[in-house]
Structures are given as structure tokens and as C-alpha cells.
Design a protein around this ligand. Structure first.
Ligand code: ADP
Ligand code: ZN
Ligand code: ZN
Length: 667
């Protein structure tokens, strides 16, 4: 007997092994096995199917499976089929999907994981609060939409009670005996949400994300296969890989978030889109919720592919925040800015602090200063491995590359002109925190960014201190823009809209609108109207006005006109082909050669080669090609041709050591 085995390696397809007579009775699809692979004596793989057909090529030596690790399947057929779809759609090896999907512990050894019993039943807990009339109408709307479309987009302004609606939808699904997957874009959000959900659903809720250790994740996985699985899984993108036995509802909260897309390594999947596919295969319903829909989802809703339900009022009739534009250019000219703060913002903060209210400040840059510059000769320390300046981190007394992690001491003097007074240029969250402490010495200030949230306890502490009022001011990167719900925030400050607007990306305005509206939505959620102070050098831009008036619709119409004109998504699908190599010459030749071959077939659909905004990372030069595919094009044929072209290129001796990969629907 033979077994086709999936291994966690970046090679296409499955590997055939012989099942020795002693193992024939215990080897089955879905079981893990130990097999020799390449130079390795032992690797853990997954049996996908057992059969009796020897390999077509008689020269192939078939090795034996050495051990069978399981007595029950650890991967369900539906999971494997979904992984297969992911590999095809996102143009990677299924071994890469397998590698990303399973907790490390389950990829290593035989595991017997003791599952602690679930104690509370749902009948023991505080029913969810009754819905407001507007929420009730939306709930009915979702049910009606589901009659015609399996996916419904819920476009509800911030604090309209989307989470309350999800709770009702979950309760209904549980009533029908179904399981629920609740996807969030960011770990930071899981804490608040699980508190809210646990109050209603108790122990029937499991949480799954990468800040839990491997053992905990393996336990969740095994529990989902058991006779008493969690009914609800709350998790970030990797939870789409978990086993579900009777999935009935998928909720994708903050569906517009870029974090749903995995950038590196492969599989470069979008968890929102995979979740929709997963739900459709399971016959489950999906709700995508957000205050600022992604253009892709809104387009799908408006063209009849998804249902659409809108909630235009905040819960309790609290007004949407009042957004004031602050013209930083003008204030600079009059020398009225105090570092990154306008007098208006400082005054608003002072008043709020005196009244015992809380403040959120958003600055989309971590570290102390985005770069160091000699103010005499202009020298800027740059990463030796990447085309970026180093970021100054004052707490650690070092300069760091945010792309490859390279770190070095701050030099005593400028190596070019020996000026001993090197200064940080610009404002990162660390520096904002310092300035605030100087201006408001009695205020308790906390910072939330990648540097302060390396562990689960660290970010939970930050959120708890802010929720309980221990902290007065929370400064942070895009992490503070997410769907957090705090009671006493009266002021939100957006320190600089410009860094967001000036990104070299056709989605820059869409993103900036999302981030600004989302962070604005943190203000004045429960009792009174909140205030948002939006600092910008370009107050005249329509996009700024649209944030002020919360006019998603006009913003969408205007930007979509551009997208249509240039055949950009969502009017086309993008496939990005990336090339990486240590040699600048080879990368030039390779990317041009690839373009030549592909242009013969794709014609004007092919753009490039060009350099991405950061054209060298970790010593590797990077080039890319963009293929714009219109909906009528056969995607599977186009994919085949792209994969063949990559194989042809890598077969050429000169390019052999290059790294070539695809990014489908890049964000
Ligand atoms: P969203 O997810 O749309 O931002 P939330 O669900 O977080 O909104 O609701 C905002 C706030 O209003 C929360 O504090 C929530 O508890 C409260 N809230 C919303 N709907 C209700 C309701 N029907 N009954 C009681 N409180 C509600
Ligand atoms: Zn100098
Ligand atoms: Zn670097």
C-alpha cells in the first residue's frame, strides 16, 4: 500500500511513500506520520490518501513510512480541501499552507493533549441586552439579505452596536447547534471582545492567536476535533486553519483591515476572503462588519454579490464626533506649533484632563524619531542592508531598521563632519510620549505600539489601565485606531494626517480615510459627543473634508472613478510577481527578462518591472511586476502560465539562486 503525504515544505504537490505491512492496518488519511525526507531522517507529514498505485516512473525509489502518530484524524477533509484552494488561489505550495496552518507542537511529535472539561453551560449566564429599534431593523435586514446572499456586509457607523448584533447572531447560531468563527484583525482587540462575549457565552468560547503559546494552540486544535468542541472561536487570521465540525456562521469584524492579509511568508492569504470561501464550502453564513468598508467589499455589495445592511446611528443616539481641521502649515508659519502639538490640541487636552476625561493620540510611527540627521552636513544613518534610514529608539539608546531588525549604537558624532550634536528628525510615538510628559507632568501616559506590546500581558495591561481610568492619555500607532470601546474618551488627536496621505500607493487615501474615521470613532462613545482634532498640512484636500463629514459615500465615488479609469482593483485583480536577489545586476536582468516573456502573453496587462518603495531589504534587491487581470480573463490559465514562467526562469543557470514568488490580491 502507498500513502500520499503532505509535508511542511515549499515544494509543489504531495510525496508518495510505501506503507510497510506492519503499519497498513493503522495508516489512514488525516493521520500524521514520520517519514524520511531528503537528507532528513525524519519529518512529520500528513497522510492525504492511501492507495495501491505505485509511482508511474519505475525508477523512483519509494521510501517507507517509519511511524504512524495518530489513532484519529487530526485534519478533517474540509480543512485539507480549503488548504488546497488556498495554495491554488494564492499561488504557493500546499506544504507552505500546511506549515502555516498547524501549531508547531502538532507538526513535531505524537501528542496526547488532555482537554480540560467545559464547565459552564450557556443556560447559566447574563442574556444579551435587548437591541435598540435601529439594531433590530438591522438584524432583520441581515436575515433577509442572507435569504439571497450567503455574505452580508454590515456597514454601521462606529459605536452603532455592531458587536451587540454579532452577539445576537451568535446566540441564534448556537441555538441551531452550529459553530461560529469570529475573526478579528488584531490581537489587541481580542481581549476586550472576549470579555464581552464570555459574559454571554461563558466557556463555550475559545480564543486562538499567536500570542498564546504553542501548547495552548495545539489544545484548541485538538478540542475542535473532539466530541465537545468550542462552539465559538474568536481569533485572528490563523484561526481559519482550525478544524470546524459544524460551522454555521462566520463573522469578520473590521473587515476592511489590511492585517487580514498575510504579507510574509507564504501563504500570502487574505483571511477575510478565505473565511468567506470556507463558509461557502460549509454552507455557512457570513457577516462582514465595519464602519469603513473596504472598496472590494462595498463594490461587491453594490453590484449585488453581497447583501448590504446599514446602521447610521450610534447606540443611545450619541452624536458622531465633531472633527475639527487644524492647519499645521499656517501654525508653523506663525510659529505657534509646540513640537508636534497645535495650541488647539493642547488646550483641548488640558480641559479634558481637568474634567477627568481621557485622550487618545494617534501617530502612525513608532520609535523616537523616524530618522537621525546631522543638521550641519545633512548626513543620515541608513541601514546597511536595506534602502531605509534607521529609526532612533531613545529608550534602548539605539538606532534600528524596521525592515530587517538591524540595530546599532547612536554615534557620538557625525562621521562625515564630526558634529557632536546629532538629532532625531520627526516624531515617533516614543518622542510624543516624552513631550507629553514634559507638558503634562501630572498626567499618566501610556504608549501602545509594536515595541510596548510584545507580550500578551503587556498589551492587556495597557488596555486595562486605560479602561479603568488609571491612564489619562493613550498614545499609539494604528493599534489605537482599531475597534476599541472606551467609556471616557472625550478627545482624539490625529497628529499628522500627511504621513498617511503621502504613501506611494493607490490605496493611500482609502486607508487614510479608514484610519482617521476609525480613530475618530473612539471619541465620545457612551455619554456625550466627542471631539477630534485633525492636524494636517493639507487642509484643503477633499479627503480631509470627507473625514470631517464622515462622508464615506462621496469618498468612495470619487476614488472609484480613478480606479475605473486606471483599471485598478476592485475592477481588476492584481497579481504581483516579486523577484529577490543579492546581485543588483542579476535582479535587473531577471526582472526584465521575466517582463519580456510575460508581456508576450499579457500585453498591456503587465506593468513593470519597477522597484517597490523599499527596493532592498536584508541585502536582497527587489523588483516586481504587476499583472492586472480583468474579471473575464481565465485566472486559472493565467496562473498556470505565470507558474510555468517562474519555473523556466529558475531553470536558467544565471538566475538559479533567485527568489521568485507571487502575491495575489496584494494590499
Ligand atoms: P460598534 O461595534 O458598532 O462600534 P459596540 O457594539 O461596541 O459598537 O457598541 C458601542 C457601545 O454601546 C458599547 O459599549 C455597547 O455595550 C453599547 N451598546 C450597543 N448596543 C447596545 C444595546 N442594545 N444595549 C446596551 N448597550 C449597547
Ligand atoms: Zn555632519
Ligand atoms: Zn535593514
Amino acid at each position: 500500500m502507498f500513502a500520499d503525504v503532505l509535508l511542511p515544505v515549499p515544494l509543489p504537490g504531495l510525496f508518495t511513500y510505501a506503507v510497510p505491512p506492519t503499519l497498513v492496518s493503522i495508516a489512514q488519511a488525516g493521520y500524521r506520520v514520520q517519514v524520511p525526507f531528503g537528507t532528513k531522517k525524519s519529518a512529520t507529514g500528513l497522510i492525504v490518501r492511501c492507495h495501491r498505485e505505485p509511482p508511474a516512473d519505475p525508477k523512483v525509489v519509494v521510501k517507507d513510512i517509519t511511524e504512524v502518530l495518530d489513532t484519529e484524524p487530526v485534519v478533517l477533509p474540509a480543512q485539507y480541501e480549503l488548504w488546497h484552494w488556498i495554495a491554488e488561489y494564492y499561488m504557493c505550495a500546499i506544504g507552505e499552507v500546511f506549515k502555516a496552518a498547524m501549531p508547531g507542537k502538532l507538526k513535531k511529535s505524537a501528542t496526547s493533549i488532555a482537554l480540560s472539561p467545559i464547565l459552564q453551560g450557556i443556560s447559566d449566564l447574563t442574556p444579551p441586552p435587548p437591541l435598540s429599534p435601529a439594531q433590530q431593523t438591522a438584524l432583520t435586514g441581515i436575515h433577509e439579505a442572507w435569504q439571497r446572499h450567503p455574505v452580508c456586509l454590515l456597514h454601521g457607523v462606529t459605536s452603532s452596536g455592531k458587536t451587540e448584533l454579532y452577539i445576537h447572531l451568535i446566540a441564534e447560531a448556537l441555538e441551531r447547534g452550529e459553530q461560529v468563527l469570529y475573526l478579528l484583525p488584531e490581537i489587541v482587540l481580542t481581549t476586550q471582545l472576549t470579555d464581552r462575549l464570555k459574559a454571554v457565552f461563558g466557556d463555550r468560547l475559545g480564543v486562538y492567536h499567536s500570542k498564546f503559546n504553542d501548547k495552548d494552540r495545539a489544545e484548541v486544535w485538538m478540542r475542535q476535533l473532539s466530541a465537545q468542541p468550542y462552539d465559538i472561536i474568536v481569533g485572528v487570521r490563523s484561526s481559519i486553519f482550525l478544524p470546524f465540525q459544524r460551522l454555521g456562521l462566520v463573522i469578520v469584524d473590521e473587515e476592511h483591515e489590511v492585517n487580514f492579509k498575510q504579507q510574509d511568508p507564504a501563504p500570502r492569504y487574505n483571511a477575510r476572503n478565505v473565511a468567506i470561501m470556507m463558509a461557502s464550502r460549509a454552507g455557512a453564513r457570513t457577516v462582514l462588519g465595519t464602519a469603513t468598508p473596504s472598496f472590494e467589499s462595498y463594490f461587491n455589495a453594490r453590484t449585488g454579490k453581497y447583501g448590504l445592511v446599514t446602521l447610521t446611528e450610534r447606540f443611545g443616539q450619541v452624536q458622531l464626533p465633531d472633527v475639527e481641521i487644524i492647519d499645521v502649515k499656517e501654525l508653523r508659519r506663525k510659529r505657534l506649533m509646540q513640537g508636534p502639538f497645535s495650541p488647539q490640541l493642547l488646550e483641548a487636552m488640558r480641559t479634558a484632563l481637568e474634567a477627568g476625561e481621557q485622550i487618545i493620540l494617534f501617530q502612525n510611527r513608532r520609535g523616537f524619531a523616524p530618522q537621525v540627521q546631522c543638521h550641519i552636513c545633512g548626513w543620515v544613518p541608513r541601514c546597511p542592508h536595506c534602502d531605509v534610514p534607521l529609526t532612533l529608539h531613545k529608550r534602548s539608546g539605539r538606532m534600528t531598521c524596521h525592515y530587517c531588525g538591524y540595530t546599532t549604537e547612536i554615534p557620538q558624532q557625525c562621521p562625515a563632519c564630526e558634529n557632536p550634536d546629532l538629532r532625531g528628525h520627526g516624531y515617533g510615538t516614543e518622542r510624543i510620549e516624552d513631550e507629553l510628559q514634559r507638558l503634562f507632568p501630572h498626567a499618566h501616559i501610556a504608549r501602545m505600539d509594536l515595541d510596548t506590546t510584545r507580550t500578551r500581558t503587556a498589551y492587556e495591561q495597557i488596555l486595562e489601565d486605560f479602561a479603568t481610568g488609571k491612564t489619562n492619555i493613550l498614545v499609539g500607532t494604528q493599534m489605537v485606531t482599531k475597534g476599541l470601546d472606551f467609556e471616557h474618551v472625550s478627545i482624539v488627536g490625529i497628529l499628522s494626517a500627511d504621513t498617511m496621505l503621502n504613501q506611494p500607493d493607490f490605496r493611500a487615501y482609502e486607508r487614510a480615510f479608514q484610519m482617521m474615521s476609525q480613530v475618530a470613532g473612539r471619541a465620545g462613545r457612551r455619554h456625550q459627543r466627542g471631539r477630534v482634532l485633525l492636524q494636517t498640512m493639507e487642509p484643503q484636500l477633499p479627503i480631509i473634508h470627507q473625514v470631517v463629514t464622515n462622508d464615506f459615500h462621496t469618498m468612495y465615488q470619487e476614488l472609484m472613478a480613478e480606479r475605473r479609469e486606471f483599471s485598478y482593483p476592485p475592477f481588476t485583480h492584481f497579481v504581483m510577481m516579486y523577484f529577490k536577489h543579492r546581485s543588483a545586476d542579476i535582479i535587473e536582468a531577471l526582472s526584465r527578462d521575466a517582463a519580456l516573456r510575460l508581456r508576450a502573453v499579457f500585453g498591456s496587462r503587465l506593468l513593470g518591472p519597477d522597484e517597490p518603495p523599499i527596493a532592498r531589504i536584508g541585502g536582497m534587491h527587489i523588483r516586481r511586476l504587476i499583472i492586472k487581470m480583468e474579471p473575464t480573463l481565465s485566472l486559472s490559465k493565467a496562473r498556470q502560465f505565470l507558474i510555468q514562467t517562474r519555473a523556466d526562469l529558475l531553470a536558467e543557470h544565471f538566475y538559479g539562486s533567485a527568489n521568485i514568488y507571487f502575491d495575489v490580491d496584494p494590499l
